[in-house]
Design a protein around this ligand. Sequence first.
Ligand code: NAD
Ligand code: MG
Length: 382
Amino acid sequence: MTLRKRIAILGSTGSIGTQALEVIRANTQFFEVEVLTAQNNSDLLIKQAIEFQPNAVVIANENHYHKVSEALQKYPIKVYAGAKSLASVVQMEGIDTVLTALVGFAGLTPTIEAIKARKPIALANKETLVVAGELITELAEKYQVPIIPVDSEHSAIFQCLVGEFHNKIEKIILTASGGPFRGKKREELKNITPAQALKHPNWSMGAKITIDSATLMNKGLEVIEAKWLFGLESHQIEVIVHPQSIIHSLVQFEDGSIKAQMGLPDMKLPIQYALAFPNRISSNFPRFDFAKYPHLTFEQPDTHTFRNLTLAYEALAMGGNAPCILNAANEIAVADFLAEKISFLEITDYIEKSLQNVDFIAKPTLEDLLETDKLTRKRLER
Ligand code: NAD
Ligand code: MG
């Protein structure tokens, strides 16, 4: 058996995927690439495959299959296409860890199949835990598969918990940057354009999560993600706005002691931590300098202006398929906002309307969740 971890990256052409490949490129003594996948960006997928020589690639959009397979035909790389191939490729014997770096609901099925194949998960795709947290955690328990968080806040909490897993958590505090519109009131958000919302102050990320950060829905999704990753009740999960994004999140234990994890905002660190876990490996990422940050500040989130965060807490309290409805409505709303079909504030209306209009199921099966997702989208697309 090779000593290097063989990594499958679902969504290798995205923001997390490309940063994961940077981490692997800098640490070839520890990691090699087993599988790469992308939705549409066949040019980049081909380039990555030629550089990293994985065992297999998947182009989810079947229209690009011929282009990819032609470009890679002189290499010993298997080429597959279609969403179904994503779900089967994660089961390949050579994979040691699956990094779920694809965006949205599409992450659910491949993650389930990877867990069933007993592949440890490095989880960036938070939507999977939002829509099916209970199901996924039960499955991970059943198959004894670790789910290591990549999301920076959850990585921070996980890092604080190493050595403490036997100790009770009183609460966790998720930090939020507040996004590009922190301090603005509803009136000022009426005419926000996609270009304005796509400018995040501290992080450079994919379009969907960047809009989620601007609406605070990202933090709402992260509250739900945290519930399932750390087995918490919603009253144990707090959100505090910390505009500098240096403290990545905190855990408070029963004795009142608080642990925080900090550093410059750079996703490569939590990605590397998740891939190398339980080890830490050296890096040349820029180091944090306290002298350059004399003021680390904190404030309450403005949930009156950014109602998505409240809606996420409500969906979490409702349980069942409510977070799945919330997620599907949000995915459609964000896509429609980016396509300039709806305004920034209407994103929240879509979600609220869907939570009222789509039938509630208290104990959804996987089929129920797939159906809930479909139905929520259909109702909004009319
Ligand atoms: P992105 O849009 O930059 O990349 C998404 C990747 O997934 C691309 O490779 C794309 O080809 C692929 N993809 C998109 N739709 C797909 C589909 N339907 N089927 C298969 N593949 C598909 O997104 P990102 O910013 O890298 O985010 C990826 C995930 O990580 C999201 O769930 C996000 O919430 C989470 N995350 C991202 C960051 C970040 O800094 N970017 C931080 C924390 C968590
Ligand atoms: Mg995050």
